[in-house]
Design a protein. Structure first.
Lengths: 416, 116
């Protein structure tokens, strides 16, 4: 793999940019691997990369039904933050956020990580109190976060409606200055390129159709490109987790819902941070191209179609128009949906399963993108050592049996 | 349904006409009202049996977990509950395809699902 640098850019400019090598290979699947990861989204590719880098495991395949990064990795609103309420959540999301800080350098791929600040508006007294509580929890955990006043909100976001008589007035905000955004496709591509360079086989257009077992141990997978033998299978297939795990005879505490996002036509810079308005169900940021990137809550009903319904979008946009009146005449360019895994406590599931050699990483709900580096880091460690990484341990499947939930649904009812 | 070209400042821009807006259209099997999904309320998977209704004196942790959290979550026909919020207010069951969004059947809240 050639390094990307100003020199390689200059060298390739001389040949009209026709000789750039491919970023990753497209190998034929081998008959057997040490570890097979199902799902080449951000989480799966990050897992493969850290298996190779941290644990010296390179005889690894990543199988992907479609194309890499074509699921939720390419369908989110690219927000990165770690200011969660519960300690286990803070640890894993902050690990991810801190890894994002120098991921571009590490992977030699520009993630366009932009720590522009994430502002979580407080628009009711209850929300203000809830975020003060989160702020205290985060201070104890050492996160760089603080509450800010309505005047500071207005200074950072001049376009915000600060009318005290608004239906939901701005009472303050919770501010994480090192939160922000990154280029979502680049995260998938960067991890794919770096994992491939370390010998990982990324096999696209290869759908898993069955998981074979010998007693209680996995022995391989049936795929549309033949049978692959392996003793370790890691399922990282947000949206389809229930379907994949059913192939191994397991039921999951997951429902698949559609989460939508949309972007406006591009306009001049009006917003240089990420804003989340949980009370009115909307979040918004402005991309480098000038488009306003808008997201909201999930559609209510189970949905595998990757297409949402209009009322959810209308609900989100209605709320944001009241908070940001200048966007009322913007036209929306594109809208799309992704199928997300929702768990009962709105926290992910990472770890081993009752089937030996079968590992699962799913249930990230609406918060998967921000966690990609941390999720891959701890999941790779869990697979390599066949025991949960300490940061992953609280997120095991057994918490649903033990009633030991990591309840983030109360802490942030909408936007994860 | 194709999109309809509209005159616009932007070339190739289009708007969705009302009949093209994607959302569920639902018919209540009890009062017969037809409305879009905002006239109804989704109630999750149907036929989930509460173990405490059957044997309250001996409920295992596994049974309680299955009741509270484990879901079939199929890609395809899904048995689920809906409430006719702005019509008769009654709950009913439905079989809806989670991939095509098509309602295959609706039936009473106490009834067994019809064969489809």
């Amino acid at each position: 793999m050639s390094r990307y640098s100003v020199f390689s850019l200059a060298r390739n400019a001389l040949s009209g940019h026709r000789d750039w090598g491919e970023a990753w290979r497209s190998p034929e699947p081998k008959p057997a691997y040490d570890v097979v990861i199902v799902g080449a989204g951000g989480h799966g590719l990050a897992t493969a990369y850290y298996l190779a880098r941290n644990h010296g495991l390179a005889n690894v395949a990543v199988l992907e039904k479609g194309w890499l990064g074509g699921g939720n990795t390419g369908r989110n609103t690219t927000i990165i933050r770690s200011n969660y309420l519960q300690d286990p959540s803070i640890r894993i999301y902050e690990l991810a956020r801190s890894l994002y800080e120098d991921l571009s350098q590490e992977l030699d791929f520009n993630m366009m990580f932009s720590p522009r600040g994430v502002m979580m508006l407080c628009q009711t007294e209850h929300e203000l109190r809830a975020f003060r509580r989160t702020a205290h929890a985060n201070r104890i955990a050492g996160l760089d976060c603080r509450m800010i006043t309505p005047a500071e909100v207005k200074r950072i976001v001049p376009i915000i409606n600060d009318d005290k008589n608004a239906r939901y007035p701005i009472l303050g905000a919770y501010w994480q200055p090192r939160g922000g955004t990154a280029r979502h496709d680049a995260v998938a591509w960067g991890y794919a390129r770096a994992a491939d360079a370390r010998g990982v086989d990324i096999i696209q257009n290869c759908e898993v159709t069955g998981i074979s077992r010998d007693g209680n141990r996995v022995t391989g997978l049936d795929t549309t490109r033949g049978h692959i033998r392996t003793r370790k299978i890691a399922v990282v297939v947000a949206g389809s987790s229930s379907l994949l795990m059913a192939m191994a005879g397991l039921r999951m505490p997951i429902e698949s819902l559609c989460l939508q996002a949309l972007v406006s036509e591009p306009i001049k810079p009006v917003l240089d941070c990420v804003i989340m308005a949980n009370t009115v169900h909307g979040y918004i940021s402005q991309s480098d191209k000038g488009e306003l990137v808008i997201g909201g809550g999930t559609d209510p009903y189970n949905n595998y179609s990757q297409r949402g319904s209009f009322p959810s979008v209308q609900h989100t946009v209605t709320a944001l128009v009241e908070t940001f009146p200048i966007i009322s005449r913007l036209r929306m360019l594109r809208m799309w949906g992704g199928v997300v895994d929702m768990t009962g406590d709105r926290s992910p599931i990472i770890g081993k399963t009752d089937v030996e050699g079968l590992y699962v990483n799913c249930g990230w709900g609406t918060g998967g993108f921000k966690s990609i580096p941390g999720s891959g880091f701890v999941f790779a460690d869990t697979i390599a050592n066949d025991r949960p990484h300490p940061i992953a341990e609280p997120f095991g499947l057994n918490r649903f049996l033990e009633g030991r939930f990591i309840d983030e649904s109360v802490a942030a009812a909408v936007a994860h | 349904m194709g999109s309809v070209q509209r005159p616009s400042l932007l070339p190739n821009a289009y708007c969705l006409l009302p009949h093209e807006i994607p959302m569920l259209l639902i018919k209540c099997p009890i009062c017969g009202v037809v409305g879009d999904e905002t006239d109804f309320h989704y109630g999750g998977e149907a036929h989930v049996r509460r173990p405490a209704s059957d044997h309250p004196d001996r409920i295992s942790d596994g049974e309680q977990r299955d009741y509270l959290f484990m879901r079939k979550n199929p890609r395809g026909p899904h048995h689920e509950r809906w409430r006719c919020d702005r019509g008769c207010g009654k709950w009913f069951n439905a079989i809806r395809d989670t991939l095509t969004m098509e309602f295959l059947a609706t039936y009473g809240i106490r009834e067994e699902p019809p064969a489809i």
